[in-house]
Ligand binder design. Structure first.
Ligand code: P6P
Length: 332
């Protein structure tokens, strides 16, 4: 029986010990994110019973049908983050405009998040998740400028995976750590510290249904995974269609996840600020790599809060081979 329970708060405070400026604000901010994750976890578990599955009858700004849990999750995270008193700007996938918090209730952090990613999978019980990224703003401008910054400027990022258990995977800049929710305690307990992604693995993860729409580089890269050069094993395809679940498997087992640009989505489908940046922040902290084909994802400077980006992310050697292909084939 483990009697030395390392909670997320205890672990993140211990990691900040080397930081003389640590004021406890970040720990309080993380507590508000944890509250949102616990609430969503509880509702995802009983979605079928509490008539929470199914459409909410409205669409979000990107035209996706909003599910009831989407709306609930978004409200819970917004209220929890606002009441933390540590946030000046909030960006949610479910809201067209950023939420600006000034005055007494404001703080020095800006949080971007997708409250319930993969929600189209709610009705069939596939794992879904929450994704978040955190910027620090010592002199907030109380505008989108506080978040239209390269992902590399984030101070922390993570995701919650609502699966057989609820896991919160976080990086505070160095190392990637996994905390598992103990529902009987209502606490996230450290279960894996300093996760490192394998530098290569024979798994590729992409929606092959779009292959007729891909550019030549993506076609060549995916072909090189399925019919590799002599002496290398063909890769296996694993695609869940829920980014958090696909990235979690990639982090633990290695391999490469792609959502490339195509003729249907010329800028890619996934959102740069609150999907690609947080995942790239985590995977790079675990020793992996993330690119849009040309640039490292974390070096891109966003121009709008809901902009999309192509992404190839995962094991360093696999992702570097895609980047090389883009470089070589662009010169043809
Ligand atoms: P497709 C879920 O809707 C999502 O936003 C991500 O979680 C997932 O990776 C992607 O879209 C799946 O998209 O076009 O393959 O269904």
């Amino acid at each position: 029986m483990n009697s030395d329970l390392v909670t997320l708060a205890r672990h993140s405070i211990a990691l900040q010990k080397e930081n003389p400026e640590a004021s406890g604000d970040f720990t309080l901010l993380m507590a508000s994110i944890q509250l949102g994750c616990k609430f969503v976890a509880s509702n995802v578990r009983k979605a079928g019973l509490a008539n929470l599955t199914g459409l909410a009858g409205c669409k979000n700004i990107t035209g996706d049908d909003q599910k009831k849990l989407d709306l609930i999750a978004d409200d819970v995270f917004v209220n929890s983050l606002k009441s933390s008193g540590k946030v000046s700007v909030l960006v949610s996938e479910e809201r067209e405009e950023a939420i600006i918090i000034e005055g007494e209730q404001s703080g020095n952090y800006a949080v971007v998040f997708d409250p319930l990613d993969g929600s189209s999978n709610i009705d069939c019980g596939v794992s879904i998740g929450t994704i978040f990224g955190i910027y620090r703003s010592d002199r907030p401008s109380y505008s989108n400028k506080d978040v239209l910054r390269p992902g590399r400027e984030m101070v922390a990022a993570g995701y919650a995976l609502y699966g057989s258990s609820t896991q919160l995977v976080v990086s505070y800049g160095k190392g990637v750590h996994c905390y598992t929710l103990d529902p009987s305690l209502g606490e996230f307990i450290l279960t894996q510290e300093n996760i490192v992604i394998p530098e290569r693995a024979t798994i590729y993860s992409v929606n092959e249904g779009n292959s007729s729409l891909w550019d030549k580089q993506t076609c060549a890269f995916v072909l090189s995974r399925k019919s590799p050069l002599k002496g290398r094993k063909p890769y296996s395809l694993r695609y869940i269609g829920s980014m958090v679940a696909d990235i979690h498997r990639t982090l633990l087992y290695g391999g490469v996840f792609l959502y490339p640009r195509d003729s249907k989505n010329p800028a890619g489908k996934l959102r740069l600020l609150y999907e690609c940046f947080p995942m790239a922040f985590l995977i790079e902290a675990a020793g992996g790599r993330a690119t849009d084909g040309k640039d490292n994802i974390l070096d891109i400077i966003p121009t709008s809060i809901h902009q999309r980006s192509p992404i190839c992310i995962g094991s360093r050697l696999d992702v570097s081979e895609l980047a090389t292909l883009y470089m070589e084939m662009d010169q043809i």
